[in-house]
Design a protein around this ligand. Structure first.
Ligand code: GLN
Length: 277
């Protein structure tokens, strides 16, 4: 038998020995999860005597590459805790710059294409009560998670979830939007083979793979979905670390103007913004 705190420290050491960065944060999350504690309860119960083996199973799953978010079933994005399952991409902090960019756009009605967990649209609606959005995805399982997250944050009156495929023309009933946000699958065939186990093996391929050159979904959206934008409306995409310039050119090629490339907090060109005339 050991104290909860000793168990947590032990867990952090094991994770760190297996090359996991942020080992203390991950150990804390695993310990909290194993005992069903909030952060506050974890801190309060540090001296509680517990079984030495209480975390073995979770630690084993984690060191084999399963993402922490899948194990604990939730992940934080833009200050909101969201439910996450293997059916959706784990929200990345890289994507927060897409939210920052969209928050500066005029208008109130937006479309979030390839919404996945719903993280982008949900963060927008949560930040601004005057925004109304449609979250669209081609995966029913993903939409279920997105809607669960909408409800969890009581945003049902601002958001709706619609099953749809960006590779097909939009349904007329969707109406018009002031701006579109999208973090579509954009990983190239080459990059798919180089992904970390925790991404490539555990996260949904459908949410990652963007076709051989990574541009399949950008091209589909640019060719079919701009007609849903009101005149003067904007579109903001997240893209991969080597795609911004190429994407900006494609956006210019379909007649978008005032194209802007915006870097994430790591200095990587992460978002490309353009406007319909
Ligand atoms: N940013 C994700 C990654 O690095 C990919 C997200 C996407 O394809 N939209 O794995």
């Amino acid at each position: 038998m050991v104290t909860l705190y000793a168990l947590y420290l032990n867990c952090a050491d094991t994770l760190s020995e297996h090359g996991i960065e942020n080992a203390r944060f991950e150990a804390r999350e695993l310990t909290r999860f194993a005992f069903g504690y909030s952060l506050e309860e974890f801190l309060r119960e540090k001296q509680r005597i517990v079984e030495e083996t209480a975390l073995d199973n979770l630690v084993c799953r984690r060191v084999q590459g399963e993402p922490l978010a899948h194990i604990i079933g939730e992940w934080d994005f833009y200050g909101l805790t969201l439910t996450v399952t293997p059916d959706v991409l784990v929200p990345r902090s890289d994507t927060e710059v897409l939210v920052d960019t969209a928050l500066k756009l005029p208008g109130t009605r937006f479309l979030d294409l390839c919404t996945g967990s719903g993280c982008v649209g949900i963060a927008l609606a949560h930040e601004r009560s005057e925004l109304f959005g449609v979250l669209l995805d081609n995966s029913e399982a993903a939409l279920e998670i997105a809607w669960k997250n909408v409800k969890q944050h009581r945003l049902e009156s601002q958001l709706s979830a619609v099953l749809g495929d960006v590779c097909h023309a939009p349904e007329k009933e969707l109406g018009k939007f002031d701006f579109i946000v999208s973090n579509p699958p954009y990983i190239t065939l080459q990059e798919m083979q180089e992904l970390d186990v925790s991404v490539g093996f555990f996260e949904p391929t459908a949410a990652l793979y963007g076709g051989v050159d990574g541009f399949t979904f950008y091209d589909a959206i640019l060719n079919r979905w701009l007609e849903t934008l009101n005149p003067g409306g904007a579109i903001a995409f997240e893209c991969g670390y080597r795609q911004a310039r190429d994407l900006a050119e494609r956006m210019q090629g379909v007649g978008l103007s005032n194209i802007e490339i915006i870097a994430d907090t790591a200095g990587i060109e992460r978002v490309v913004l353009g406007f319909r005339n």
